[in-house]
Design a protein around this ligand. Structure first.
Ligand SMILES: [Fe+2]
Length: 242
């Protein structure tokens, strides 16, 4: 009699385990689908950015490449690398909301125009925050203009209050702004941009991250490649903005 009862219990346990495994599988599949939807959203938003301002689109791909180069040097895991690449690709998506007369102005911005431009990190966060899969990414993008000494924007965060990925993106972003050639000026050589990053280490940038960045980028540069690839969007992207 007891043996029969034991058999019933073990059969119930097996059924419960199978049901649980099925549930886990379904949750995993749902997450996978959600990630795919998010990636589709990324791609269409990036296409919109490309249509609005081709330079900023190219800049975003290069900032993603520089950011993941530093992330790899820091030994980030696959999940962290994915989030970092996504945050960097997206960091300037809020520029969609900046008027063309300001965004595309080929000359120095007036004080008012600069204030308008400074709204883009908060706009990025506003665009992204409604997506569940982008909540953290919205935060990292929002803080990519915070300075290590607390004199950045939008929230004046200081030191390690600034999320690590935002500190990484700031270095990648500034490096690209210095090294890319624009119609009105030639990009700086890597060595000159490295010394600028070093000069502002501890004030604008996280000094430790700058050291790792220079090491990783020097190694990357020695490969002599003209293009790079990303994991989230497909294609061979040009390192040279011109
Ligand atoms: Fe920015």
């Amino acid at each position: 009699m007891d043996k029969k009862k034991d058999n019933v219990i073990s059969l119930q346990t097996v059924i419960a385990n199978v049901a649980m495994l099925d549930l886990v599988k379904q949750v995993r599949e749902l997450r996978e689908q959600q990630r795919e939807m998010c990636e589709m959203a990324v791609k269409s938003m990036l296409r919109a950015l490309d249509a609005k301002d081709h330079y900023t689109y190219g800049h975003s791909t290069r900032v993603a490449y520089y950011s993941v180069t530093l992330g790899k040097e820091l030994g980030l895991n696959d999940e962290e690398m994915y989030e970092l690449e996504m945050s960097a690709l997206f960091h300037d998506i809020g520029k969609i909301g900046v008027p063309d007369a300001v965004l595309l102005k080929p000359a120095r911005l007036t004080e008012d125009e600069f204030l308008k431009m400074k709204e883009h990190p908060s706009m990025t966060a506003e665009i992204l925050q409604d997506f569940d899969c982008f909540t953290d990414i919205a935060t990292y993008a929002k803080h990519h203009h915070e300075r290590y000494d607390g004199r950045g924007y939008p929230d004046g965060l200081k030191g390690e209050e600034i999320p690590l990925f935002s500190r990484i993106i700031l270095i990648a972003d500034t490096f690209d702004a210095m090294t890319s050639t624009r119609p009105y000026r030639k990009g700086l050589p890597y060595e000159v941009a490295f010394s600028e990053l070093e000069e502002f280490s501890g004030s604008q940038f996280d000094a430790e991250l700058v050291k790792h960045f220079i090491k990783a980028m020097t190694r990357e540069d020695s490969k002599g490649e003209d293009t790079f690839e990303l994991t989230i969007i497909e294609g061979n992207f040009a390192k040279d903005a011109a």
